[in-house]
Design a protein around this ligand. Structure first.
Ligand SMILES: Nc1nc2c(ncn2[C@@H]2O[C@H](COP(=O)(O)OP(=O)(O)O)[C@@H](O)[C@H]2O)c(=O)[nH]1
Ligand SMILES: [Mg+2]
Length: 220
């Protein structure tokens, strides 16, 4: 019999978005979550947004945490980095300093996580005229290679590659979770020798009692 439509399990993904002030973190988040772009500059603190999307046919809930770059949020930033599962480092294609500082955010993630995490490097504001660009796509690619991640050029203004960037992170996270589960299963299997040990002991016991009885037999 065919199964009745069962509600599919919603997987949750905590995304942390880091980068210098003004690179477009809030714009990327609002474009992703609410599909709109705000032209007026609003230097926000940390905002928390959620959105349900489908990636490869699977429903996912993405929680986006924007981490303010100002120094006074240091403690909050490290807390959220610890909380986060997937990371988006954003720089502006029209700001060389924001590109240079991308390495600092990468280092911060490494310091907290101490392991490889699902990560993407994003060069935002690709809609701006080429003469306003201070960072080339090749430089973005090269830095992403250093980080061991993918590079994407986005525009929060034109809604270019925004959903794609988040979808990429979710795929990485799904893959990482599957690998983790496989590792746990493998660990459970390799812990079986314990059972073999018990069996071995039983076998040794049986052998020694056999030898004892044989000894007895010899004597008799
Ligand atoms: N042209 C263009 N401007 C953008 C884009 N994303 C953000 N901005 C503008 O850049 C400024 C800073 O954006 P905001 O999202 O507040 O940056 P945040 O400080 O990183 O959160 C605002 O004036 C935005 O309108 C984009 O993709 N293209
Ligand atoms: Mg902001």
């Amino acid at each position: 019999m065919l199964s009745i439509n069962q509600p599919r399990k919603l997987s949750t993904h905590k995304a942390v978005i880091l980068g210098d002030g003004g690179v477009g973190k809030t714009s990327i988040t609002t474009q992703f979550v609410r599909q709109y772009f705000v032209e007026t500059y609003d230097p926000t603190d940390d905002d928390n947004y959620r959105k349900q999307i489908e990636v490869d046919g699977e429903p996912c809930l993405v929680e986006v945490l924007e981490v303010a770059s100002s120094a006074e949020y240091e403690a909050l930033r490290s807390l959220w980095t610890r909380e986060g599962e997937v990371f988006m480092i954003v720089f502006s294609l029209s700001s060389r300093s924001s590109f240079t500082r991308a390495k600092n955010y990468y280092q911060q993630i490494q310091d907290v996580k101490k392991t490889t995490v699902p990560l993407i490097l994003v060069g935002n504001k690709c809609d701006r005229a080429p003469e306003l660009h201070e960072v080339s796509p090749q430089e973005g690619e090269s830095l992403a290679r250093e980080f061991g991640c993918t590079f994407m050029m986005t525009s929060a203004k034109c809604n270019k590659n925004i959903d794609e960037a988040f979808a990429h992170l979710i795929r990485l996270n799904v893959k990482q979770r599957e690998e983790q589960r496989a590792k746990e299963t493998a660990a459970a299997i390799t812990s079986e020798p314990q059972g073999n040990e018990v069996e071995k002991k039983g076998w040794k016991k049986r052998l020694s009692s056999l030898l004892t009885s044989l000894g007895k037999g010899n004597r008799g």
